[in-house]
Design a protein around this ligand. Structure first.
Ligand code: PLP
Length: 433
């Protein structure tokens, strides 16, 4: 049947399942993995069916550079509508004057901030990786650490940021940029205190709210925006949308510099299907239901922390004010690598993570990081997260009792229960069938 005049018949009609069974099979297996396992990786979430629609739309074909209304290619009217919607929604959601929704990731959002605010070699004060900072805040292996001069603050014995140390380092090293926010720092940050220090040494303040942007959007966490000169975020963690980054500011001059730093500074054309999906998730976050979601994420993260502590497992900083928490496995004599393998076999996906003062290498670590964002999207509340905390504690104690060896029988027993819980909270019904 000549169903399409395209050079390859079927090009506009045939679905992946028939044209490329290998890729299709891997995607189908991934859907099943997500449906039947509990996602506890703090940087993950489950996007809405509507976000998937936007991601898989033909806007992916369109190439644009520049800003809405000021493009370098024609045919951009609908691309402009989409990006303008995303910008307007980001501004409304976070209550700021300017937003750039083009960064392909949180790291590229931060790179753009570095490019806009700094010269190569400038001093930057950010949080150390093992204390919970992010690679893009000046880690030695990252371009922000190679091309700039990073100074790092850590956490105190209780796992908390010591503003006195930040202040001392700021006065000693005179950074041009100070960064607050991290990937594994569970507690609320004193944004006003950071701003006072930045002002005292003439530095700019970047707040990277990647790991609590959803809570800020939903009113469950203080906003850094009134305090920071510029704020970056990822859209795919607790903000619950498509993969990507955003940059926010109230300063018009800074906004212009940030826009040119994104394009043509560090990026080329816009990934428009990602921007469309960002518009969708920002629209979802503006709805009243998202406030309930954000409050539940926080309650659930605290529930896991409390459950683990009640079972004798050490939690960094003694709990959490964000969607994430970090277990310190040193008292159990376990490594993060072995423990995360054991939990994954039981259907509980999390990641190994350095703890403050960790002496294990990054591929091993002495901690586990957990997040409540994806499970909450699925519909889990405290009862389910208490159960999850108990499963984690059962598995960790079984390993510790066996001198670090994995207990395959215990893993399989939990795996069966995890699958049953997941079936009671189905995700993406009808997808892939
Ligand atoms: C996740 C994260 C980012 C961005 O990471 P990408 O993988 O580049 O999207 C940036 N900063 C912090 C603090 C993060 O946690």
């Amino acid at each position: 049947m000549n169903d399409s005049p395209a050079l390859e018949p079927g090009y506009f009609l045939d679905r992946l399942q028939s044209t490329d069974p290998e890729v299709h099979a891997a995607l189908a297996d991934e859907l099943r993995r997500q449906q039947e396992g509990i996602e506890l990786i703090a940087s993950e979430n489950l996007v809405s069916r509507a976000s998937l629609d936007a991601l898989a739309s033909v806007i992916v074909n369109k190439t644009v550079e520049g800003r809405p209304g000021a493009r370098y290619y024609g045919g951009a009217a609908h691309a402009d509508r989409i990006e303008a919607l995303a910008i307007e929604r980001a501004r409304r959601l976070f209550g700021c004057a300017f937003a750039n929704v083009q960064p392909h990731s949180g790291s590229q959002a931060n790179q753009a901030v570095f490019l806009a605010l700094l010269e190569p070699g400038d001093t930057v004060l950010g949080m150390a990786l093992d204390a919970g900072g992010h690679l893009s805040h000046g880690a030695a292996v990252n371009l922000t650490g190679k091309w700039f001069d990073p100074v790092r603050y850590g956490t105190d014995a209780a796992g908390l940021i010591d503003l006195g140390e930040v202040e001392r380092l700021a006065h000693e090293h005179r950074p041009r940029l100070i960064i607050c926010g991290g990937s594994a720092y569970p507690r609320a940050i004193d944004f006003a205190g950071f701003r006072r220090i930045a002002d005292a040494v003439g530095a700019m303040l970047l707040a990277d709210m990647a790991h609590f942007a959803g809570l800020v959007a939903g009113g469950a966490h203080p906003s850094p925006l009134p305090h920071a000169h510029v704020t970056t975020a990822t859209t795919y963690k607790n903000l619950r949308g498509a993969r990507g980054g955003i940059i926010l500011t109230d300063d018009a001059d800074l906004a212009r510099r940030l826009d040119s730093a994104v394009f043509p500074g560090v990026q080329g054309s816009v990934i428009l299907n990602a921007v469309a999906a960002k518009a969708v998730c920002l629209g979802e976050a503006l709805k009243p239901a998202f406030r309930a979601y954000a409050a539940q994420v926080l309650a659930n993260a605290r529930c896991v922390a409390d459950t683990l502590m009640a079972r004798g497992i050490a939690i960094v900083a003694g709990g959490t004010d964000t969607p994430l928490l970090v277990a310190d496995l040193r008292p159990l004599g376990l490594t993060g690598a072995a423990a995360s393998d054991g939990l994954e076999a039981a259907g509980l996906t999390c990641n190994k993570n350095a703890v403050p003062g960790d002496t294990q290498p990054p591929r091993v670590t002495s901690g586990l990081r957990f997040g409540a964002a994806a499970g909450t999207t699925r519909g889990f509340r405290e009862a389910e997260f208490r159960q999850i905390g108990d499963w984690i504690a059962d598995l960790l104690h079984a390993m510790a009792d066996a001198g670090g060896a994995r207990d395959k029988a215990e893993e399989q027993a939990v795996r069966t229960e995890v699958r049953a819980l997941c079936r009671a909270f189905p995700i993406y019904p009808g997808l892939g069938t």
